[in-house]
Design a protein around this ligand. Structure first.
Ligand code: BGC
Length: 895
């Protein structure tokens, strides 16, 4: 019996193993992506970016040339014939190219293949044929009208829409294109289409709307078909009340959509079924939905079969045509939000016959699903929160502070489920998410629930994980994991500050967390979309709001360079991590407008515009010091981008402006006698080091003072979010890695470890766990430590001269107090491994570099150690103390 069950498993794992080693040993182009997605549907880009990586396990493996073949005929492409583009053999190691063939047609599937040549100039084995399919490619090309049910913005129930059509020939393919102001679920013949959640992503609806494409060939059938659409409010029709006034958003309207269903028949003809005045509408059982607070569902109002052909819709009413919400209807080319993980409740506490509290065991962003039996009309309220009162009930007082309800009809982070009473019933909200660990279920009648009655779903933009940290210190590993949980809890098609109290696209929080995100997740598609949101929100004079997207709130408060430098910092980070200049080119004029505005208002080069070192432990650093550092970073990035993009005049102009800011900064804040900045606070010393304002000649002195300051502060942090971003890097980049590690690993207040030892599974907003304000338990703004783990102990850094990890800067810090550390990052070229272990006086350092990359290794050692590679004493260090290696695996021994 045992044998029989085990055998298939063994066989299967053997097959997987042999497939894997085969794939690694065969030299070929793999991971083919278009616009950073695998075989995407519905792209609008006229020159989509094609990327790949070379799989080749040999030492020194490198690509010497590539050739791209793109065509509409897959058989032709498989024979290396592309009727749209044949790039010809290009002698380069670049693993990315923008399509440069014949003009792309909308609604068309293109196949492509890349041929690569290895380090010896031999052609690699042909890889798979990839594809991309164009979408509508232009707002003017839609056939459908924008329709709504014509109700006012105050009407609460979510509208259903339906339409029946006949496909009278054999179907070859069918695609649904749907653009929505609000949120939607799409159904064909009763089937829900796709597994995206909260589509489309939030944009500034009156400037840009996203549409989503689906392959619905399997759902559309010859004969009669029914299309069903359910619309939710999302940020488009905000019916709750909170301090930011989204209920008064200029774009606000009753949710509406525009849809084209393109059916291609076997005979080559096409038919488009569109949203128009022939559709019918009715209110749904979703009797209230708010992205901010919750969803209310009355199962008694269900209309079984509403989205099928058999349904009698004679009682439904007509729809109205309305104007498009904006003139830009563009493809949503990004990783969608999904229910990524199902989380079982760890415990359930029965408080009394009508009240139960479920604990998921960890804090998440997402929703819960309840499964229950009861009578018709029985009402459950599901209250979600991060904390419990001493009596075991859910306490929302840390997260409901900015909520301004006008009555009790819309309780905060609470779903309301009214049962229909016919056996087991389930409810999960469609158009809302929350931040929570606990769910308190209150019933208006006695009810029996078990631990299995409720599950949680961790929702976020489903960005693929690309980073991993593992060390000999469990607290460090848990900090890394909590950081990632907060990062993902705050990624919903735009980066947010927290998933409960605000869900706002706070700029400052996002740039602080960007590198953490990029080391750990393949998030380029989210950031590219968010930069388009920036461009939509920027005023002609360059000013950006502090939250993006916004209803208008945030142009007056919180939007200095310490927050809104996202306009420069994020494109630069993307350039470093992906080696792609497009994001710099697309945002170039916007960075410039932003920088020019600051230059105009603050001609001295120093600016006091900003919030400063937010939520500090105790000491408060001057706003001008931190804001000017971000301003300097932006101007420096602008200068570097000008150079990359061949804008020589701007390069000269902004390099000079950067030099001016640096001088003004050092003149005002640096004290040459003492080697301190300002009054010598941790933030004051860290920020100039991290942002490159401290001249090389004084860096070590400043870092020494920083280490001394920390010692004087009882070896604990005394920073807010800006200082926390800088301090660990400032120390480890300037000779004090051990001090950085001690701060990072500290478990006493105030520290990241303090949260962890107190049970945190996400990062908090405040160092003080019992703070009276600013105490969400799922904030990412102290999250740069995630990136620091890769850069500091892991030592993996992108090289600005050869970005995208084409050349990797490897500078591991074998810090005192840690015995083992392993960092891996799946770069665009493949997996980089940097791993070390200490055994008495010996350190073994293992490195793996993917094909087509190199690394510059620097060991930060005291100078007395000897370094061996493959048993031989290592020589060949450059004058700068670095050692250059090519792709492959290496093991260094340091004694
Ligand atoms: C947010 C922060 C944000 C800050 C700006 C808070 O309410 O939650 O994360 O950056 O305001 O001051």
């Amino acid at each position: 019996m045992l044998k029989r069950t085990l055998f298939p498993f063994l066989l299967c794992s053997l097959t997987i193993l042999s497939q894997k080693s085969y794939a690694d040993s065969v030299c070929q182009a793999v991971d083919l992506k278009c616009e950073y997605l695998i075989d995407p549907l519905g792209i609008d880009a006229g020159h989509p970016r094609l990327t790949w990586r070379m799989s080749d396990g040999r030492q020194g493996a490198a690509q010497t040339a590539y050739e791209l073949v793109v065509g509409t005929d897959s058989v032709g492409v498989s024979r290396n014939k592309g009727n749209c583009w044949e790039s010809g053999k290009i002698n380069t190691s670049a693993a990315m190219a923008a399509y440069a063939g014949k003009g792309l047609e909308p609604f068309t599937r293109y196949y492509w293949r890349v041929l690569v040549w290895d380090k010896d100039g031999a052609p690699a084995q042909a890889g798979r044929i990839a594809s991309f399919e164009t979408g509508v490619m232009g707002t003017g090309r839609w056939s459908g009208s924008w329709i709504s049910d014509g109700n006012s913005i105050q009407v609460k129930p979510a509208p259903y829409f339906r339409k029946v059509f006949t496909a009278d020939k054999k179907i070859r393919a069918a695609r649904a294109y749907i653009a929505v102001a609000g949120l939607y679920e799409l159904y064909i013949n009763g089937q829900r289409i796709g597994d995206h959640r909260l589509d489309p992503m939030y944009t500034r609806f009156d400037r840009r709307n996203l549409y989503v494409t689906y392959d619905v060939t399997a759902e559309v059938q010859e004969g009669k078909n029914a299309i069903g659409v359910l619309l939710g409010n999302g940020w488009y029709n905000f019916q709750s009340y909170a301090v930011w006034g989204f209920d008064k958003a200029p774009w606000r309207g009753r949710p509406a959509f525009c849809m084209d269903l393109r059916v291609t028949y076997e005979d080559g003809s096409t038919e488009i079924i569109s949203s128009d005045e022939q559709w019918k509408t009715s209110l749904s059982p979703v009797i209230f939905n708010s992205i901010y607070t919750g969803e209310h569902y009355d199962a008694r109002l269900e209309q079984p079969g509403w989205n099928t052909t058999a349904f009698d819709d004679s009682a439904w009413k007509g729809v109205i045509n309305r104007a498009a919400p904006s003139g830009h209807i563009v493809a949503q080319t990004m990783q969608p939000i999904k229910n990524v993980e199902e989380i079982a409740a760890q415990t359930m506490t029965r408080i009394n016959a009508t009240t139960y509290v479920f604990d998921l065991g960890r804090n998440i962003a997402g929703v819960s699903r309840i499964t229950v039996r009861g009578t018709a009309g029985m009402t459950l309220r599901l209250k979600h929160g991060e904390r419990l009162y001493p009596n075991g009930e859910v306490d929302q007082s840390n997260i409901s502070v900015h909520y301004r309800p006008r009555d009790d009809s819309d309780p905060f982070q609470t779903d309301i489920f009214i049962l229909k009473g016919n056996g087991e019933e389930s409810f999960m909200p469609r158009f809302n998410y929350k931040g929570f660990q606990y769910v308190e279920v209150n019933s208006d009648q006695p009810v029996t629930l078990t631990k299995e009655s409720l599950v949680g779903y961790f929702m976020h933009s489903a960005v693929p994980p690309v980073g991993h940290i593992h060390s000999s210190n469990p607290t460090i590993d848990r900090i890394w994991s909590a950081t990632n949980h907060s990062y993902l809890s705050n990624l919903f098609g735009y980066p947010t500050d927290c998933p409960q109290r605000e869900k706002n696209g706070w700029t400052g929080d996002a740039h602080i967390a960007a590198q953490t995100g990029l080391y750990d997740f393949d998030g380029i598609t989210i950031y590219e979309k968010w930069m388009a949101d920036h461009r939509d929100e920027q005023q002609p004079n360059g000013i950006l709001p502090s939250i993006i997207p916004t209803d208008g709130w945030g142009y007056e408060w919180g939007n200095g360079p310490d927050w809104t430098s996202t306009i420069a910092l994020i494109p630069w980070d993307i350039y470093l991590f992906y080696g792609d200049t497009l994001i710099l080119a697309e945002n170039y004029d916007h960075i410039k407008r932003y920088v020019d505005h600051i230059d105009e208002v603050y001609p001295s080069g120093l600016t006091s515009w900003g919030l400063g070192d937010w939520v500090p432990v105790k000491s408060v650093s001057p706003v001008e010091l931190t804001s000017s550092a971000y301003y300097f970073a932006d101007v420096s990035i602008l200068g570097k981008a000008a150079k990359l993009l061949g804008k020589q005049d701007d390069f000269i102009k902004y390099s000079a402006l950067a030099a001016k800011i640096k001088n003004a900064f050092n003149e005002k804040y640096f004290h040459p006698g003492t080697g301190i900045y300002g009054s010598g606070l941790q933030t004051e010393l860290s920020v100039p080091l991290y942002y490159g304002l401290a001249p090389d000649s004084v860096k070590y002195r400043v870092a020494t003072n920083l280490a001394a300051r920390i010692a004087a502060d009882s070896s604990h942090l005394d920073v807010g979010i800006l200082g926390a971003e800088a301090v660990l890097n400032a120390l480890s980049e300037n000779g004090f890695a051990d001090v950085a590690y001690r701060l990072a690993a500290r478990e006493a207040y105030p520290s990241w470890g303090w949260w962890i030892v107190n049970g945190a599974t996400t990062l908090y907003e405040n160092w003080q766990i019992d703070a009276k304000s600013d105490i969400s338990l799922n904030h990412i703004m102290f999250g740069e430590i995630g990136a620091w783990l890769f850069k500091g102990p892991g030592g993996i850094k992108p090289d600005p001269e050869n970005p995208g990890f084409k050349n990797v800067l490897l500078e591991p810090h074998f810090v005192a107090g840690l015995d083992r550390f392993e960092a891996t990052h799946e770069s665009p070229y493949g997996t980089i491994l940097s791993s070390w272990a200490r055994e008495r006086h010996k350190i073994t350092y293992a490195v793996t570099l993917p094909a087509n990359t190199t690394a510059t290794i620097r060991f930060s050692l005291s100078g007395k150690e000897r370094i061996y590679l493959d048993g031989k004493r290592l020589t060949g260090f450059t004058a700068e103390g670095t050692y250059q290696v090519e792709a492959g695996s290496y093991q260094f021994v340091i004694r």
